[in-house]
Design a protein around this ligand. Structure first.
Ligand code: MV4
Length: 450
């Protein structure tokens, strides 16, 4: 096992990794920008290294600075958290070239899943159900038009290098295809330097269901059920839960096994998420994320496992502490993302926290790097905390969420807390009757959010 690991991230996820390391008897190194000298991850780590100025580009994304911090401190492995360098295959390559270990998948798997056409081809060949669409890339407008006519409209054109909704255009009809095809290609080119696109049948009212997978890199892999992350605004998740309110145990076992077998087949190592659209009882693969996700705690809650601990174990060449048959679901968990944002437009709201009080009690977990008097810097993501609740069933989890939100105090900045109080008044939230468009419709109707 490693003696010391470096955490190449900030905020709540840096704390999350430091906590796992400490429980394992592993020393931790925090890295930080000059804007984060007073950040909680710096205080909580055993050691810290300042790696650059406030801009992420020159600090949390600076590969030379992070490698140098490893060499100075003698850290043997790097945990990337989520975002920043977590899905950067070049970073993984450089880490390995320096004799260090990346706590995460191989550069090859990151590259494979980062290219959406390759990811889909791979998953299809492994027996994972995919959205009907083009076989690989679509090189010409004429081919796109032929496919549109063949599949029937609406269709969606997606950039192979896309993500977070960028480089994705819906064509409602044949007349709409030229515009959609050209803009998807142009956005792929300008955002990712890659204008290759593919086409899928557009699913109009699906849910976003993602399967948590975990592999040991030696041909063993398991699944840890699904999360329903359909409540999103502009491709940012807002509210996540596990298990999915619409998924039966039989469906979970079936799609879970397909995903675990696919990961075993490619010798996948560590945590991964296989994303699906789910409509009319069918799962359709869209993408795979090769990182630990923001919403991993809901899975941890219902399975009673520490996913970061397992990531560190398999990176060190040790086996996972569980097999598929050990993994059973206990109750229901919900996470809400607390962002420093001002409603109704979700505009970023950095500033000084004059008072912070985290909720507690049975079934409540607050993952946050906030403290009284902390100043949220304006340079980074607006996520300032995640409130995760766990109950014996969904109604108990919802009641607990309402109770815990009532205890939470974050003064000095605006947050998304009022949104969750309002959502908990909605019948559809209590019945679980929502899809990927529900929240945006609700925001438009109730807050006038464009
Ligand atoms: C789709 C889709 C409908 N049909 N693909 C959005 C980002 C990227 N991860 C994939 N996305 C979508 N792909 C087909 N064939 C609808 C979306 C989509 C979406 C997906 C998940 C969660 C929220 C969403 C919001 C808008 C569109």
């Amino acid at each position: 096992m490693f003696n010391k690991i470096l955490v190449a991230n900030r905020g709540e996820i840096a704390l999350r990794v430091i906590r796992a390391a400490r429980e394992m008897g592993i020393a931790s190194v925090a890295v930080h920008s000059t804007a984060d000298s007073d950040a909680m991850h710096v205080r909580m780590a055993d050691e810290s290294v300042c790696i650059g100025p406030p801009s992420s580009q020159d600090s949390y994304l600076s590969v030379p600075a992070i490698i140098a911090a490893c060499e100075i401190t003698g850290a043997e492995a790097i945990h990337p958290g989520y975002g920043f360098l977590s899905e950067n295959a070049g970073f993984v390559q450089i880490i390995e070239d320096h004799g260090l270990t990346f706590i995460g998948p191989t550069a090859e798997h990151i590259r494979m899943m980062g290219d959406k056409i390759t990811a889909k081809d791979t998953m299809k060949a492994l027996g994972v159900p995919c959205v009907p669409g083009s076989d690989g890339g679509v090189a010409t407008l004429e081919e796109a038009q032929r496919l549109g006519a063949e599949m029937g409209y609406p269709v969606i054109i997606k950039a192979t290098a896309g993500g977070g909704g960028k480089g994705m255009k819906v064509a409602e009809s044949a007349a709409d295809m030229e515009r959609a095809y050209r803009t998807a290609r142009a956005e792929g080119k300008s955002n990712f330097g890659n204008d290759e696109v593919y086409i899928e049948k557009y699913l109009t009212t699906p849910r976003h269901i993602e399967i948590q997978v975990f592999g040991d890199g030696k041909g063993r892999a398991v699944h840890l059920g699904e999360r329903d992350c359909s409540l999103q605004r502009r491709h940012q998740k807002v509210f996540e839960e596990a298990p999915g309110p619409s998924i039966t145990p039989e469906e979970r076992a079936r799609i879970g096994k397909i995903c675990a077998d696919a990961c075993a087949n490619i010798n996948y190592i560590g945590a991964g998420t296989i994303e699906f659209l789910y409509e009319n009882g069918e799962f359709y693969f869209i993408e795979m994320n090769t990182r630990l996700q923001v919403e991993h705690p809901v899975t941890e809650a219902i399975f009673g496992v520490d996913l970061v601990r397992e990531q560190i174990r398999v990176a060190a060449g040790l086996p996972m502490t569980f097999e598929q048959d050990d993994l059973t679901i206990n109750g229901h968990s919900i996470e809400v993302r607390i962002n420093a944002e001002k409603l109704p437009n979700f505009s970023p709201c950095p500033g000084k926290i004059t008072q912070y009080h985290a909720p507690g009690g049975l079934g409540v977990r607050m993952d946050s790097a906030l403290y009284d008097g902390y100043s949220i810097p304006p340079y980074y993501d607006s996520l300032i905390g995640k409130l995760i609740v766990h109950g014996r069933d969904r109604p108990e989890a919802l009641a607990r969420l309402n109770r815990a939100l009532g205890e939470l105090i974050v003064d000095g900045v605006d947050t998304t807390v009022p949104l969750f109080h309002a959502l908990l008044q909605e019948k559809d939230i209590h019945t679980g009757g929502y899809n990927i468009h529900w929240l945006e419709h609700w925001l438009e109707t109730n807050l006038g959010d464009a």
